[in-house]
Design a protein around this ligand. Structure first.
Ligand code: 3PG
Length: 210
């Protein structure tokens, strides 16, 4: 295991775009046009969830063919997932939760890793591992804006990327909080638009995020 994890690459990612699209891609042929559409709209940080058999290949193709994208993996559930996504070219990884094994492997791989938390104790466990940047998940269901405001008093040096249940009507309210750097969500890529390869609609929804 390396020394303390460096939070600077995570800061860079969380500052690169205010919204991180959470993408579940089941047709690998759509990975590059989807990523290109989002990047052209200004959403340059992309989370590809490991929820489909094509996820790793989608990451690989985007990493090679859309160099302006900061492509990373989501739904990372175990340490070996971290190794697999790093091999595929992911530049970061996001998990709905966090375990000592995930912290250790992310540190050993030197892979920017955004752990998921929903309670103060989980934040404290992450701080013990050297982290002070987290995904708040599931953001809306675990308390949303009220929870983030409550965290800010005792944990002023900690910042979050809330994800889960956020949409076009409330993401700006999250972004206005001092401890929120960016938000994640899937609202700009509706399933039927992705299915129909409707890049113009997805592009418009993505531009509306800025
Ligand atoms: C997810 O679990 O898919 C992400 O947190 C995105 O959530 P959302 O679909 O509610 O935006």
């Amino acid at each position: 295991m390396n020394g303390s994890p460096d939070m600077q690459p995570l800061d860079h990612l969380m500052g690169a775009a205010p919204v991180i699209p959470v993408l579940t891609i089941d047709d690998v042929a759509k990975a590059v046009p989807l990523a290109s559409t989002l990047v052209a709209a200004g959403l340059t940080v992309l989370e590809i969830t490991l929820r489909t058999p094509t996820a790793l290949e989608s990451i690989r193709r985007i990493a090679m063919e859309v160099p302006e994208a900061h492509v990373g993996a989501g739904t990372v559930l175990c340490a070996d997932d971290l190794s697999r996504v790093a091999d595929a070219g992911a530049r970061f990884a996001i998990s709905p939760g966090a375990t000592p094994a995930l912290y250790q492997r992310a540190n050993a791989l030197d892979l920017p890793f955004l752990p998921g938390v929903a309670t103060a104790s989980e934040v404290l466990a992450g701080r013990e591992a050297g982290w002070n940047r987290f995904k708040l998940f599931p953001a809306a269901a675990s308390g949303g804006i009220a929870l983030l405001k409550s965290f800010h008093g005792p944990l002023p040096d900690v910042s979050f990327c809330p994800t889960g249940g956020i949409g076009a009507d409330d993401f700006r309210d999250y972004l206005a909080l001092p401890n929120v750097r960016c938000v994640g969500g899937s609202w700009m890529v509706p399933a039927e638009a992705l299915q129909a390869a409707d890049w113009s609609r997805i592009g418009q929804l993505a531009r509306d995020c800025l």
